[in-house]
Ligand binder design. Structure first.
Ligand code: UDP
Length: 349
């Protein structure tokens, strides 16, 4: 870590510069967005949530002002940008269910691509030059080699993955044309909950493995269906790279800081993988839940889910080296413990 004058570290000095800066967080009422708002507030920023509450939760907006609105509503976006004059935007608002994107691609192109375009044009017109984008490992499609690095070819399989790919391209084009500075963060499997129990995952409907398995243990949900045990993996079930949501939030703040070093007057679009770098199978996740809760996960074996790749593991060494990202919560045990704690205390949906 670089150290400046008066014993301040370089990061301390940057924090002083940014202190009380307003950051617009689209989708700030969602799962990852709400954790990010907490991380920003803890570091002296003012996170302004912009959310249409189609999937977000009002109880999740706790760390800064709320502006209700839709990305498609350009007049509303203009008023919000005028009122708060954010120093940067963190862009989470999007439709995210991969299966739904196959059944209803129009919704995903409208919300994710057209919505992002509306945001970028509003930012351009208000001279806001910094954006951190919530991207996904779905941009890569079926892995040709593992772990996936940022250089892996991008051949997304689902409309969801393709919308993330297109928005990354939009960011690069807006960089070249309008000088936008952007960082896309390609998450692997976001999981876990705020370690203090202040935020966590509530999706309607829930489709993700860990909350579904924990809900089954708690008796709030039917037995989990294990979606395939006949894959070419060590135990036959799918392997994923689970990364803690608090570590994802921290990476966004570090990305914001990193953009301070981008050359002025010249667009830059960077992308970083965010994963723990360790794969766990569905059966290993269930075994860890059993170990930590002392209870068996009620489960049945079902067929494969179409489009599920057998193995997805990310190489996040670039984020570690260039952003100084150091995920401290992403052990499988911490992910499950925090998610289990959240399940005991979460507000009713
Ligand atoms: N999975 C499962 N049962 C479920 C939901 C998920 O077996 O009810 C498996 C799924 O096949 C995948 C892993 O759990 O291998 C993680 O799925 P999730 O939906 O949490 O995230 P994804 O990898 O699809 O983004």
């Amino acid at each position: 870590m670089l150290t400046g004058c008066h014993g301040l570290t370089f990061m301390d000095a940057l924090r002083k510069v940014w202190f009380m800066s307003v950051i617009l967080v689209t989708g700030g009422a969602g799962y990852i967005g709400s954790h990010l708002c907490k991380a920003l507030a803890q570091r002296g920023f003012v996170p302004v949530t912009y959310d249409n509450f189609v999937t977000g939760h009002r109880w999740a907006v706790r760390w800064g002002p709320l502006e209700e609105g839709d990305l498609a509503d350009r007049a509303r976006l203009d008023r919000v940008l005028e009122r708060h004059r954010p120093a940067a935007v963190m862009h989470f608002a999007a439709s995210t269910f991969v299966g739904e994107s196959v059944a209803n691609p129009g919704k995903f192109y409208r919300n994710n691509v057209a919505g992002s375009l509306s945001l970028l044009e509003a930012m351009r017109d208000h001279a806001i030059q910094k954006l951190v984008f919530s991207s996904s490992c779905a941009v890569y499609g079926a892995p040709l080699q593992l772990p996936l690095t940022e250089a892996h070819p991008q051949r997304p399989v689902s409309p969801y993955g393709f919308t993330k790919h297109v928005v990354e391209r939009l960011l690069a084009d807006f960089g070249r044309a309008h000088g936008l500075h952007s960082i896309s963060l390609r998450y692997f499997n976001a999981a876990g909950a705020d370690p203090d129990g202040d935020a966590g995952e509530v999706h309607l409907p829930e489709t993700h493995l860990i909350p579904l398995a924990l809900a089954a243990v708690a008796g709030h949900a039917p037995p989990l269906t294990i979606l395939g045990t006949d894959y070419a993996t060590p135990d036959g079930s799918c392997v994923r790279d689970y990364v803690h949501v608090t570590d994802l939030a921290a990476a966004h703040v570090q990305a914001l800081m990193a953009m301070e070093h981008f050359p002025a007057g010249q667009g830059v679009a960077e992308a970083f993988n965010l994963g723990a770098g360790q794969g766990y199978s569905v059966l290993q996740v269930l075994a860890m839940i059993r170990q930590l809760t002392g209870r068996e996960v009620p489960a049945v074996v079902g067929p494969r889910r179409p489009g599920d790749p057998p193995l997805l593991v990310g190489d996040a060494s670039r984020a570690r080296q260039e952003l100084g990202w150091s995920p401290g919560y992403s052990s499988l045990a911490t992910i499950i413990e925090t998610a289990w704690n959240w399940m005991q205390h979460m507000p009713p949906a």
